[in-house]
Design a protein around this ligand. Structure first.
Ligand SMILES: [Zn+2]
Length: 402
């Protein structure tokens, strides 16, 4: 069995609470890490490093777990650059542009969709994203949702059925019928290719009754729950997510005290050993790209809520695949500390996907890691817009340099 030693690490972010220097990142100095069979086999001081078949010299740089982007919409055709330009010229964002992408996606061939998914997946990987969740939601027919998920599943196990993204134009007068379609034949066609189900619970999309019905149907066939909630205004999405045991409620831009209390009340169930925390996933790329007020991350963190950061990569409201950009935004615009933001972009994303094998560097975890062109994780926010990802290991395999 071939082994690989990542040696001479100046700062190793393990995300093991209580490890290293304390704090959420579990930082170790002058460390080394051994990879075997795609997993982390050993972590320790560089001076104690075991022999290995191959060696990567980190040259004193920082090494982090690969980013876990728990919210992305990569299966689509066309782009909406003109809509972005109009918005930057003063038009408000309403979410209605989703239908533009639905038209283009339906008209695309499988290969056209596949090329886009692979291009964006590669783009994200080069920026350090080793785990990515991908949603459907631009097909909105039985066949188009199923093929969107089939294509997404070619590049990630974290696939999410989002047939309830918006009510498509042809059902505009009869949303109840569309909900029936989503819960019936569309779910049946999508479920074999999906791990999760998601609903855009928002004014202009799906109300609480429709959202609850759709999520319950998904749960009944074994899908985990996620919710697009409280993005454009206050609403019932967050509390619905908590009620249904969602792994994550995403956006969380407009939260009431009751929403906050509901999120803070969720936690790991230590008696059964099952994770029942509902994570608040913040998507600052959406606020950046729609020039909207950012979520109040400090309020969530100070209340003890588990926070994740993700890109929301999509052609309308957040066309970025860059987790380092989201970390920088979280620090500058949402007053997260660099350590909180890096944790949220790695371990937080893993929690939002209920994964304990990624977002952390400990023996037995997947060998998904980033070597920075910098001595510290601080540089991700301190040097925004700079390509700081020197090398990415995915399943223990070094990827090509960007
Ligand atoms: Zn989204």
């Amino acid at each position: 069995m071939s082994s690989l030693l990542v040696d001479n690490i100046g700062e190793l972010v393990t995300n093991l609470a209580g490890g290293g220097e304390g704090g959420p990142l579990g930082i170790r100095r002058r460390a080394a890490l051994l990879v075997e069979a795609g997993e982390v086999a050993w972590v320790g001081p560089a001076r104690d490093a075991p022999a290995a078949d191959r060696r990567i010299d980190a040259e004193g740089a920082a090494v982090l777990p690969g980013f876990v982007d728990s919210h992305a919409h990569l299966v689509f055709a066309g782009d909406r650059a003109a809509e972005f330009a109009a918005r930057m010229a003063g038009q408000p964002y309403t979410g209605g542009g989703i239908r533009t992408t639905v038209g283009a996606t339906r008209a695309a061939t499988d290969d056209e969709l596949r090329v886009t998914v692979r291009r964006l997946r590669g783009e994200a990987l080069r920026q350090g994203t080793t785990t990515i969740e991908i949603k459907s939601g631009y097909g909105l027919t039985v066949a188009d949702e199923a093929r969107s998920l089939r294509i997404a599943a070619e590049v990630t196990p974290e696939t999410t059925f989002l047939g309830a993204h918006v009510v498509p134009t042809e059902y505009a007068d009869r949303p109840d019928d569309y909900v029936g379609l989503v819960c019936g034949p569309m779910l049946a066609a999508a479920a074999p290719h999906a791990r999760w189900i998601d609903v855009f619970c928002e004014r202009g999309a799906f109300d609480i009754d429709h959202a609850r019905a759709i999520l319950a149907c998904g749960q009944a066939v074994g899908l985990g729950v996620r919710v697009h909630a409280n993005q454009l205004g206050p609403g019932p999405g967050v509390q619905l997510g908590v009620e249904l045991g969602a792994a994550s409620v995403d956006h969380c831009t407009h939260l009431s005290d009751a929403d906050l209390d509901a999120l803070a009340s969720t936690r790991m169930d230590w008696t059964s050993g099952t994770e029942t925390t509902t994570v608040a996933t913040l998507l600052p790329g959406a606020e950046f790209s729609t020039r909207s007020p950012y979520p109040d991350a400090r309020r969530l963190l100070d209340a003890g809520v588990t926070v994740a950061l993700a890109t929301d990569c999509n052609p309308g409201s957040s066309y970025t695949s860059s987790m380092p950009f989201c970390v920088a935004l979280a620090v500058r615009e949402m007053r997260m500390t660099p350590a909180e933001a890096v944790w949220a972009a790695t371990a937080g994303g893993a929690r939002a996907l209920r994964r304990d094998d990624v977002g952390v560097l400990r023996p037995g975890a997947r060998a998904d890691l980033i070597i920075l062109d910098a001595p510290s994780h601080l540089h991700l926010a301190y040097r925004p817009g700079v390509p700081l990802i020197r090398q990415v290991l995915h399943n223990g395999v070094p990827q090509c340099r960007p």
